[in-house]
Design a protein around this ligand. Structure first.
Ligand code: ADP
Length: 281
């Protein structure tokens, strides 16, 4: 028997994407989707072609954050065409959110159905050439994570041209946390998941690390500064701290409105952090 035909299809789709990054978090509500969407828009602002795949099947928030909630996915002879974010050809998006008939519908699915959809996202979405694919995953480590890692790592590229530089199956994971110990504890588990599945850890992003006062622009640490936050955890776990994004109300306003933060927040600590993080991807 030859290789699994689905793995060959995934290999073909992934072969036109230079970098593939999974965004993980130990807990919900730490800003994982915010970080996924704004890493994507920041990369786009630097001239890269980027795709965002939202596999947070139970709570897809990427379409809203990228301002394309009302769009529909179209099928063609070559699979599903991803949605383009606000007419920007360099930012394509695919999410279960586009497939729901009512935007407020909840998806209550068991593992096998989720796995089948994730596989279909990988076999059928026609991303064409991308510099980066950012995969936004659900919080924690569940079926979705095991599936996406298995499918991406197991992909077979039959047409690999030995004269061309080989792209990695997955570059690795960016893990998002807040500074509190409850979030950091969950992130330690997440990093152990990466080690077990041989998924490289690109690094950790500490989100909501401090509060930027809208009046005086000074930064105030918000949570549990005594624990040393993500910096200490990264030292202990021997992983790289990619950067710290402060809490700034303008971030949530921009995300709620579906606007990229780089449009309104250039020169702020939030954009400085995002620019620094994408330079390390
Ligand atoms: P998760 O994907 O981890 O569940 P979200 O990305 O949905 O979390 O973020 C949760 C909420 O926090 C959202 O309303 C988002 O706008 C807000 N948020 C996230 N990061 C920041 C930040 N750095 N500053 C201000 N608000 C933020």
């Amino acid at each position: 028997a030859g290789p699994d035909p689905d793995m060959v299809k995934i290999g073909k789709r992934m072969s036109t994407i230079k970098h593939k990054i999974l965004v993980l978090s130990g807990k919900g509500g730490v800003g994982k989707s915010t970080v996924s969407s704004q890493l994507a828009t920041t990369l786009v602002s630097k001239g890269y072609k980027v795709g965002v795949l939202d596999i947070d099947i139970c709570g897809p928030s990427i379409p809203r954050m990228l301002g394309c909630e009302q769009e529909d996915v179209h099928g063609s002879a070559d699979g599903w065409t991803p949605v383009c974010s606000q007419g920007n050809e360099n930012l394509s998006v695919m999410s279960i959110g586009f497939l729901l008939s009512q935007k407020d519908d909840a998806v209550i699915w068991r593992g096998p159905r989720k796995n089948a959809l994730i596989k279909q996202f990988l076999t059928d979405v026609n991303w064409s050439d991308l510099d980066y694919l950012i995969v936004d995953t659900p919080p924690g480590t569940s079926d979705e994570h095991i599936s996406i890692v298995q499918f991406m790592m197991g992909a077979v590229d039959e047409d690999q041209d030995p004269s061309k530089p080989q792209t990695k199956k997955v570059d690795g994971a960016v893990v998002v946390t807040t500074p509190q110990e409850v979030s950091l504890a969950a992130v330690r588990k997440e990093i152990n998941f990466c080690h077990k599945t041989n998924l490289p850890v690109i690094g950790v992003v500490e989100n909501m690390s401090a509060f930027v006062c809208p009046n005086c622009q000074t930064e105030h640490p918000l949570f549990a500064p005594s624990t040393g936050g993500a910096k200490k955890m990264c030292e202990d776990m021997k992983v790289h701290l990619l950067g710290a994004i402060p809490l700034d109300p303008r971030v949530s306003v921009a995300c709620d409105e579906g606007k990229p933060v780089y449009e309104t927040m250039q020169g702020t600590p939030v954009m400085d952090a995002l620019n620094h993080i994408v330079d390390e991807l």
